[in-house]
Design a protein around this ligand. Structure first.
Ligand SMILES: Nc1ncnc2c1ncn2[C@@H]1O[C@H](COP(=O)(O)OP(=O)(O)OP(=O)(O)O)[C@@H](O)[C@H]1O
Ligand SMILES: [Mg+2]
Length: 277
């Protein structure tokens, strides 16, 4: 079976893309799924959490997949894949990704939005992993386009407040455009409420609004599971671990496990029996 490639996407900064990539990645890996994470944000947040920092040598980063012509022959391509402390593999971003991004925008560069897809093919990522989670940068850049062309599915973390939900309308238009011109197979894996503060009336209203928005355009993509707001998520970031490792009994860790089970079901992935409850 070929891996499901997932772009974790929201144009809005701070929506929870990187946290979701890390902690959902752990929850899936812990359930026996082979997870490859791809850092596609020059801010390198995921890489900081993974203890790699900003300065991984560029030939060991995602830049090598995007602009192979800049690297000559620096040895095995395999060297771009690093092991994480949370049971997944990671192709990291680094500071150098900013210049790769500029190169993709230059006129005359071939296949500027196909490059991540091709790079993952060269690595045979589809055969070696079950899921590929791409941590996208905020905004809509050539890097994001590469993620959307490489992906089978889009996973959208969003806060459940008025402005965040309003912003999603623009995001759905972008996904529609990519589907029309670049990647007709692209669909939604899910829209997931993150940093959810209790069950307030406002949150319920927003949830209903989302159901309307995505019920129409994305076939009920809204996830039943939500990720609550918890300081333990930040504690886990500081410890360089997934929250499910730092505090497996905490309710927010259970949220990630429930989300992993729901998304695995949608994506047709098998989970280890004791976690799939
Ligand atoms: N469930 C949560 N509870 C509490 N804080 C959270 C939770 N999820 C994320 N955060 C915090 O919210 C902030 C933004 O999260 P994150 O970096 O994952 O968002 P992002 O969408 O990747 O941001 P960017 O657009 O800058 O890449 C971080 O400080 C993170 O620790
Ligand atoms: Mg991020």
């Amino acid at each position: 079976m070929s891996a499901v490639v997932v772009a974790v996407l929201n144009r809005k900064g701070g929506a929870g893309k990187t946290s979701l990539t890390k902690d959902l990645g752990f929850a899936l890996a812990d359930a026996g799924v082979r997870v490859l994470q791809v850092g596609l944000d020059p801010q390198s947040s995921l890489e900081v959490l993974a203890g790699l920092g900003f300065d991984t040598p560029p030939d060991r980063t995602v830049s090598r997949l995007l602009v192979p012509e800049e690297f000559g022959d620096p040895g095995q391509l395999e060297r771009v894949v690093h092991e994480t402390r949370w049971g997944t593999w990671l192709i990291p971003a680094s500071k150098a990704l900013a210049s790769a991004e500029r190169a993709l925008g230059e006129p005359g560069r071939g296949g500027p939005s196909q490059r991540l897809k091709r790079g993952l093919q060269r690595l045979a990522a589809g055969e070696r992993f079950d899921v590929v989670l791409i941590d996208c940068p905020p905004g809509m850049t050539p890097l994001t386009m590469n993620a959307l062309v490489a992906a089978d599915r889009v996973l959208v973390p969003t806060q459940l407040d008025f402005l965040s939900v309003a912003g999603l309308a623009v995001l759905t238009e972008t996904v529609e455009e990519v589907r029309e011109y670049e990647n007709p197979q692209l669909g939604y894996l899910g829209i997931v409420g993150c940093q959810v503060e209790g069950r307030t009336r406002h949150a319920r209203e927003i949830h209903a609004q989302l159901e309307q928005l995505f019920g129409r355009t994305a076939g009920g993509a809204l996830c039943r599971a939500t990720i609550r707001h918890s300081t333990r998520v930040r504690d886990a970031h500081a410890a360089g671990l997934a929250v499910g490792q730092l505090d497996p009994g905490h309710p927010v860790s259970a949220d990630y496990r429930a989300l992993a089970a729901e998304l695995a079901d949608r994506a047709g992935l098998e989970l280890g029996a004791e976690v799939a409850r």
